[in-house]
Design a protein around this ligand. Structure first.
Ligand code: SF4
Length: 296
């Protein structure tokens, strides 16, 4: 299931890229800017600013939706199938994020931009969510992309069993690996996951794949200190043949989505990080001989 296709991106890999965003993630990072990606199924998003109160959603008689003077109220516990609301709201105040596309349909979308890949050295980037959490269809898609000689980058947290990573490694041009923290407790309290799993997977991947870029989301209150960032950079430096690290500054662009999903944004009050705040991290990485930059 995917929740977005972004065309003509010049981030997240070389050249001009089409980014396919898959739904479903084993982590739940508190700063996640795509919270609609975390669940594996479709989710309902409501933007009261667009609501024209025509009431098409109320006509479904779903008990989870009730009228209020400010628009509608949603009790998500009472909505078992968000698909009931797909394409129902003419003003797009109520939308369903998440669509099942076949491998052929995804390939068709990717191939629309093929001339731009050839001219720019680009390709497709699989993102999410966690693309490696997808099932066998992902392997079919990767095999087809390889056959068609379309470059593939996978953006991943590597928070998954090693067998899954090994199974896609030979079909993947570049791994863009999110390395969030090196400390087990801190990693777990902010993402719900296991840092050791990520670190061990990254060590093994570095031994068998020659195009990996480590990407570090720089998050105030989580890892934006000299000691924590040096620990991440030092770890990167130990990795076999791996030489490139990017620092991605925290931003608040996804916060509105939490309100639309009825979710609590737990990093309220955090200010966005300016790229100038990252120069010390870049300099330190350079001093160790790594290629380093800010941004994707
Ligand atoms: S790994 Fe990425 S998609 Fe998953 S919760 Fe964290 S930030 Fe969101």
């Amino acid at each position: 299931m995917i929740f977005n296709i972004q065309r003509f991106s010049t981030h997240d890999g070389e050249g001009i890229r089409t980014i396919i965003f898959f739904k479903g993630c084993p982590l739940s990072c508190l700063w996640c800017c795509n919270p609609e990606s975390q669940s594996f199924g479709p989710v309902l998003m409501y933007n009261p600013g667009l609501c024209r109160k025509f009431g098409d959603c109320l006509k479904t008689r779903n008990k989870g939706i009730t009228a209020s003077p400010d628009g509608i109220q949603i009790d998500r516990n009472l909505i078992q199938n968000p698909d009931e609301f797909r394409d129902l709201c003419a003003s797009k105040a109520l939308i369903v994020s998440g669509e099942d596309l076949s491998t052929e349909q995804i390939l068709h979308e990717i191939e629309k931009d093929q001339p731009f890949y050839s001219s720019s050295g680009g390709g497709v980037t699989l993102s999410g969510g966690e693309p490696l959490s997808q099932g066998a269809e992902l392997d079919v898609l990767l095999t087809e992309l390889k056959r068609k000689k379309i470059d593939v980058a996978i953006e991943t947290s590597l928070h998954i069993g090693w067998e899954r990573i090994a199974s896609v490694a030979r079909l993947t041009g570049t791994f863009l690996v999110d390395l969030k923290h090196t400390e087990k407790e801190k990693f777990n309290s902010f993402t719900g996951g296991d840092a050791d799993l990520v670190l061990e997977n990254l060590k093994m991947l570095a031994k068998c794949h020659d195009r990996i870029i480590v990407r570090v989301p720089v998050i105030p209150g989580f890892n934006h200190t000299v000691s924590e960032m040096r620990s991440i950079i030092d770890f990167t430096k130990t990795l076999y043949k791996l030489s490139e690290i990017h620092f991605l500054p925290y931003h608040t662009l996804g916060t509105e989505k939490y309100r639309m999903l009825g979710m609590d944004y737990k990093m309220k009050g955090n200010k966005k990080v300016g790229v100038e705040e990252l120069s010390g991290y870049v300099d330190y990485a350079h001093s160790l001989g790594l290629i380093a930059k800010t941004g994707g």
